[in-house]
Design a protein. Structure first.
Ligand code: AMP
Ligand code: ZN
Length: 116
């Protein structure tokens, strides 16, 4: 999608700090980290958010979680990590391209007001 921030990052038109890439998935450091480890995992294909997952494109979610597990193992996130996807206005989604936040490096609380 031509006017999408994360499509532009995937295409290399906007710089990012890459942490992982394969044929289907791209991952990079969040520009405003809220935890010591804060990466974003995105499909290379444009999907606007979790509400747009369907039987036709759901395979990408498994590929993204496989990539997350690989990076977590490589970075020795042995004491745990959190994966979050925000969908829509109430959840605070600011970029309408499906992305999963990988958060780690601190003990996290649990509340809907403050995810970390
Ligand atoms: P969300 O609010 O769940 O839609 O997450 C969007 C995330 O993208 C936020 O955590 C932002 O800090 C992050 N972000 C926005 N622009 C960039 C960028 N150019 N490079 C890396 N991360 C970004
Ligand atoms: Zn996009």
């Amino acid at each position: 999608m031509s006017d999408c921030l994360f499509c532009k990052i995937v295409a290399g038109e906007i710089p990012s700090a890459k942490v992982y890439e394969d044929e289907f998935v791209y991952a990079f450091k969040d520009i405003s980290p809220i935890a010591p480890v804060h990466y974003l995992f995105v499909p290379k294909q444009h999907i606007s958010g979790a509400s747009e997952i369907s039987p036709e494109n759901a395979e990408i979610v498994g590929k993204i979680f496989t990539a997350i597990a690989k990076v977590a193992a490589e970075e020795h996130l042995d004491s745990g990590f959190r994966v979050v996807t925000n969908c829509g206005e109430d959840a605070g989604q600011t970029v309408p391209h499906l992305h999963f936040h990988l958060l780690a490096g601190k003990t996290m609380g649990w509340s809907v007001e403050q995810g970390v």
